[in-house]
Design a protein around this ligand. Structure first.
Ligand SMILES: C[S@@+](CC[C@H](N)C(=O)[O-])C[C@H]1O[C@@H](n2cnc3c(N)ncnc32)[C@H](O)[C@@H]1O
Length: 245
C-alpha cells in the first residue's frame, strides 16, 4: 500500500488554526500535498442519475475512490453498507487480491447502544437490495451483518489499511465505531468519517470528533471542506505518522 510521507501542520494550513484543535479545513491543494499525484488520479465510477438519500455525494464518492486508487489498500473496511454504493465504487478501485469488508445492522434489528433521532430512518426493516449484488465487485466484497456494538477485533481475520466510518451517527456509535476501527486498523492506515458538519442531524459525529481532537486522541483531523475546494462532510485521519506538530 502507498502511504503519505508527511502530515500537514495545522498552522501551515492557516495560522488562524492556532485558535482551534481541529478538525482543520483543507482543500484540494492540501490533499495533493498529503497524497502527491492525487489530482491526476482518474477513477471510473458506476453511478446513476441520483444517489439515494442517506448516501454519499458524487464529490465525496470521487474523492474516496481516488484515495482508494492512490493508496491501493489490500484490506478496506466500511461501517454502514446501506445500499452499497460506496462499497461497490471503492471495490472497483481495488486490485484482485484486495478485499472490502462492509458491516451493516441485520434486517429488523435495532441497535443495542443509544442511536435515536434521524439514525432510526436507516435501520433496515426488510432485506436491503445491494448495488454490488450480481456485479463483479461482489467477488471482492464481504458483508458482515451485525450491530457494530457487538463486534471487536477478535471478529476480524485481517487488519485494515483504509476504513470508512458511516454507520449510526449518534455519539455512542461514533465512539464505538471509532474504537473498533482503531482496534482493527494497521499501524499505518487511513480512517475517514462521513457526515461531519451537519449539526441538525448528526451532532454525534461533530461532538465525538471535536472531543477526540481536543484531547489529542485523534490528531490532527482534516476536514475535506474548504472555501477554495471540496465541500464535503468527510474527515480524514492518517494513522501512523508522527503527530508532533
Ligand atoms: C448512512 S448509511 C451508510 C451509507 C453508505 N456508507 C453509502 O455510502 O452509501 C448508514 C448505514 O449504517 C447502518 N447502521 C446503523 N446503525 C448500525 C449499527 N449499530 N451497526 C451496523 N450498521 C449500522 C444503517 O442500517 C445504514 O445502512
Amino acid at each position: 500500500m502507498k502511504y503519505p510521507l508527511t502530515l500537514l501542520d495545522p498552522l501551515d494550513i492557516d495560522p488562524r488554526n492556532s485558535e482551534f484543535a481541529g478538525p482543520y479545513e483543507i482543500g484540494y491543494e492540501h490533499l495533493s500535498k498529503l497524497f502527491p499525484g492525487l489530482d491526476s488520479q482518474f477513477v471510473s465510477l458506476e453511478v446513476g442519475p441520483m444517489i439515494e438519500n442517506g448516501g454519499i455525494s458524487y464529490t465525496e464518492l470521487a474523492i474516496l475512490a481516488a484515495l482508494t486508487r492512490w493508496l491501493q489498500p489490500k484490506q478496506v473496511l466500511e461501517i454502514g453498507t446501506f445500499h452499497g454504493w460506496t462499497s461497490h465504487n471503492l471495490a472497483l478501485q481495488l486490485s484482485d487480491d484486495a478485499e472490502l469488508v462492509t458491516i451493516n445492522l441485520p434486517d429488523g434489528r435495532t441497535p443495542r447502544l443509544d442511536s435515536g433521532g434521524w439514525n432510526a430512518r436507516y435501520f433496515p426493516v426488510d432485506k436491503t437490495p445491494l448495488f454490488f449484488e450480481g456485479r463483479p465487485t461482489a467477488n471482492r466484497i464481504k458483508q458482515i451483518k451485525e450491530d457494530t456494538a457487538n463486534l471487536s477485533a477478535k471478529d476480524f481475520q485481517n487488519k485494515f489499511d483504509l476504513i470508512f466510518i458511516d454507520g449510526s451517527h449518534s455519539f455512542a456509535y461514533v465512539e464505538n465505531d471509532t474504537k473498533l476501527a482503531l482496534s482493527v486498523a494497521n499501524e499505518q492506515a487511513i480512517i475517514l468519517w462521513h457526515d461531519y458538519g451537519k449539526p441538525a442531524h448528526w451532532a454525534g459525529v461533530i461532538e465525538y470528533l471535536h472531543r477526540s481532537s481536543r484531547e489529542g486522541h485523534l490528531y490532527p483531523l482534516y476536514w475535506l471542506h474548504h472555501y477554495m475546494g471540496p465541500q464535503t462532510s468527510l474527515i480524514l485521519y492518517i494513522r501512523g505518522l508522527r503527530a508532533d506538530l
